[in-house]
Structure formats: structure tokens, C-alpha cells
Design a protein around this ligand. Structure first.
Ligand SMILES: NC(=O)c1ccc[n+]([C@@H]2O[C@H](COP(=O)([O-])OP(=O)(O)OC[C@H]3O[C@@H](n4cnc5c(N)ncnc54)[C@H](OP(=O)(O)O)[C@@H]3O)[C@@H](O)[C@H]2O)c1
Length: 221
């Protein structure tokens, strides 16, 4: 696999999956711009990857999410692909999860990523790729995860429809339904505690297969 000069925005680059995706893309020759919430971690990752442009955002700021692609397009001199690996877990029986927690889970897992993609589709170059991490939970929703599953399912549905629309412009939208991985994601839940989870898939391999390989199919500069 080689990315040539594929210009990629990685959103959620401070996370485990986003960080792995950014590193693997750089190893394959891509040019990356990084967006994330945690300023210091983002700065450090941008530095570790050779001094990449970076920008902070919060999923609650939907306008800010929608501006990320425009920023990356300017910073990289064009934009061929976008990776979105933003999300937060939440646990608890549906009847016990507060409306505030439900709003949090739906915003970070669905509305924020949708706003990023909405902002990217008019900007990304023909033949480009948008890869958004959803998860296998869309196909196998578990008890005690109704709000998290609803957020991911809403995102998956939206990606399916917007992907059919984007195909007319030659852009591929990838719904990356990644398996459970031991990234510590569940332990950072916004609400509740995770059940005992079985061993996860290897994150390096899963990111390569579900995110990096599709992105590298985007024609570069
Ligand atoms: N790990 C798994 O088993 C698994 C399986 C399938 C799908 N996924 C999905 O993969 C994605 C990344 O997960 P991960 O395993 O890499 O976990 P992670 O390390 O916790 O990454 C989560 C990312 O989301 C960001 N984020 C959370 N709340 C945010 C907010 N309000 N505004 C902006 N960014 C926010 C985090 O930013 P900070 O660094 O600032 O916290 C971080 O970059 C998530 O969408 C998750 O649903 C994970």
C-alpha cells in the first residue's frame, strides 16, 4: 500500500484509533492534518509525526466540526480523504440513563461526526474517501448500551444515505464497523460502567483493515 501524496484530515487524532490511523497513514506516505479535543496530546502527536498542522475542536460545537475540512484543505493545499474516529461510550439500562447523558452520547457519536462529514463533502477532491468509525454494535446492539448504540446506528444510517449521494461526485463514504478492541475506550465512558468484555481485536490490524486501507485508495495529489 502506498498513499503517494494523499492529503488526509484525521479527526479524533488524540484517541487510540485516530492516533493509530494518523501514524499508519504517515508511514504510507500520506500528508496529514490532525484535529482533536485534547490540546496537549494533539500537539504532541502532531510533533511526533514530523510537525503536522493541528486544530482543536469539540463535538458539541457543530459549526466548529463542519469547519475542520475547510481548515485542513487550506493547511494541506487540498484534501483527498477524511478519517473520523470520534466517540464516547455509555452504559446503563435505557430507562436509567439521564436525558443529559443521552444528549451527550448522541452528540459525540452522531451529530459531531455528521457535521464533520457534512463540511467535508463539498470540499474533498473527486475520487476522495471519507472513512468514519461506527462499530459492530450497529449490527449487534447489546443490552445496557441503548444510547451509545442509537448514536452509532444513527451515524451509520446517515453515512449510508450520504454515501449514496456522494457517489455521484465520485466520493466514497466508508462506514468502518470496527470490532471491539482493547483501546480502553469502554473505561472512558461518559456514563455507567462497562460489563466484562471479552478480549478485543488487535487495534493495529483493525485500523489498517477498516480505516487505512480504504483511505489509501483515494488518489493523491
Ligand atoms: N475501542 C473499541 O473497541 C471500538 C470499537 C468500535 C468502534 N469504536 C469507535 O472508535 C472511535 C475511537 O475509539 P477509541 O477506541 O480510539 O477510543 P478513544 O481513545 O477514547 O478515542 C475517542 C476519541 O473521541 C474523542 N472525543 C470524545 N469526546 C469528544 C468530544 N466531546 N469532542 C471531541 N472529541 C471527543 C476523544 O478525544 P480526547 O482524546 O480529547 O478524549 C478521542 O479522540 C469511537 O468512535 C468508538 O466508538 C471503538
Amino acid at each position: 500500500m502506498s498513499a503517494g501524496e494523499t492529503r488526509v484530515l484525521v479527526v479524533g487524532a488524540t484517541g487510540e484509533i485516530g492516533g493509530l490511523a494518523a501514524r499508519q497513514l504517515v508511514e504510507h506516505g500520506a500528508t496529514t492534518a490532525l484535529a482533536g479535543r485534547h490540546r496537549e496530546r494533539l500537539q504532541e502527536r502532531a510533533r511526533a509525526l514530523g510537525g503536522r498542522p493541528w486544530r482543536t475542536f469539540d463535538a458539541y460545537d457543530l459549526d466548529g466540526c463542519a469547519q475542520l475540512a475547510l481548515w485542513a484543505n487550506t493547511a494541506l493545499g487540498g484534501l483527498d480523504a477524511v478519517v473520523v474516529a470520534v466517540g464516547v461510550a455509555g452504559f446503563g439500562a435505557a430507562a436509567q440513563v439521564s436525558d443529559a447523558s443521552a444528549e451527550h452520547l448522541l452528540t459525540v457519536n452522531a451529530l459531531g461526526p455528521m457535521a464533520v462529514v457534512r463540511g467535508a463533502l463539498p470540499i474533498i477532491s473527486p475520487g476522495g474517501v471519507v472513512a468514519v468509525v461506527t462499530g459492530e454494535i450497529v449490527d449487534r446492539p447489546a443490552l445496557g448500551m441503548a444510547d451509545y448504540a442509537a448514536g452509532k446506528a444513527a451515524l451509520a444510517m446517515w453515512l449510508g444515505v450520504s454515501g449514496r449521494e456522494a457517489r455521484r461526485a465520485g466520493i466514497t463514504v466508508v462506514d468502518a464497523r470496527m470490532p471491539h478492541m482493547d483501546t480502553g475506550f469502554a473505561s472512558r465512558a461518559a456514563v455507567g460502567s462497562p460489563p466484562a468484555l471479552g478480549p478485543g481485536a488487535d487495534p493495529e490490524q483493525a485500523v489498517r483493515q477498516h480505516v487505512v486501507a480504504p483511505v489509501l485508495r483515494a488518489p493523491g495529489r
